[in-house]
Ligand binder design. Structure first.
Ligand SMILES: [Zn+2]
Length: 306
């Protein structure tokens, strides 16, 4: 099914990356290759990709980035230097690249035909790729092999994400496999995309039900909805809540009122945690990028349903 698609997993396991970032190498019958998401700048990982290409007599023609996060893109310049391949990314990508990609562009090498899908949500510069010959979808951090995706402002946005999922279902629900940015290959594409759409709707319903019980701040909501979850997840949950609340406020379904007081220590710990303390110095930079920690939440708002 995905015999022309090889998975080389990067050695960067963590809570955010599951077993590590999935690097994909696609080979044409004529010996040309595309690498999707070369991963973090770990020299041993790049050497492994290069060795794989050499063993299989493949010429790497393109490095395609789903998005610019630190666990997906930084190996691109190293792999490009080692192979001479050109790097392709979304036109908004801040990651180093040679060529800009737009929706519906196609990268063709031999019988490889990689269609570009603009897929905003996890980040606003996220791309999903669909390889026509093998009917395989490469989803980066838009759909994972297990668990769910982080949608956190300012990089991520909920309604664009949901629209992306609906588009993937409508246009690529018949894909034979989803090769995700992390986790195992998904063979039931349609069921997985439907599950992702339903999960977001369920979470939003939970949030609205909690607000229906009375006006609440994000830390209140997190403590209520994630009561039984590991407290280390609360800060991530808070950022996801914010993504829902921004959408609901824009739709005039929820009102936000800024409170005229500083954050309490408890609120600060949930909204702006010291990530080095929560996940350790090694993982903090990636967690900060994924969760939009550059957005400091220094004001406290009360939310109510309109
Ligand atoms: Zn990401």
């Amino acid at each position: 099914m995905v015999d022309r698609v090889a998975l080389l997993r990067a050695p960067n396991p963590s809570a955010m990356t599951l077993d590590g970032t999935n690097t994909w190498v696609l080979a044409s019958r004529t010996g040309e290759a595309i690498c999707i998401d070369p991963g973090p700048a770990i020299p041993a990982h790049v050497e492994r990709i290069v060795a794989y290409l050499r063993e299989h007599d493949l010429v790497l023609r393109a490095i395609a980035l789903t998005h610019g996060h630190p666990d997906h893109a930084p190996a691109a310049p190293l792999l490009a230097a080692a192979t001479g391949a050109r790097t392709y990314a979304h036109r908004y990508s801040a990651a180093q690249h040679d060529e800009m990609l737009d929706d519906n562009d196609e990268l063709s090498f031999g019988d490889l035909r990689l269609v570009v899908i603009d897929a905003p949500g996890h980040t606003l510069e996220h791309l999903v790729f669909y390889e026509r010959e093998s009917a395989t979808l490469f989803t980066g951090d838009t759909i994972l092999g297990s668990g769910t995706v982080v949608i956190a402002p300012p990089g991520g946005a909920m309604r664009p994400y949901q629209a992306t999922l609906r588009r993937l279902l409508a246009e690529f629900g018949d894909a034979r496999a989803i090769c995700c940015g992390h986790g195992p290959i998904v063979t039931e594409a349609r069921a997985k995309i439907e599950e992702y759409i339903a999960h977001r709707e369920r979470r939003e319903a939970e949030l609205l039900a909690a607000l229906a019980a009375g006006t609440q701040t994000i830390p209140d909501l997190v403590e209520r909805i994630y009561r039984d979850a590991d407290m280390r997840l609360w800060a991530a949950a808070a950022r996801q809540m914010l993504a829902y609340l921004i959408a609901l406020e824009e739709e005039h379904r929820v009102r936000a009122v800024r409170l005229d007081r500083p954050l309490t220590q408890r609120e600060h710990a949930i909204l702006n945690p010291d990530w080095v303390n929560v996940v350790g110095a090694e993982h903090a930079p990636l967690v900060e990028a994924e969760l939009g920690a550059q957005l400091r939440l220094d004001a406290i708002y009360e939310y109510s349903v309109l």
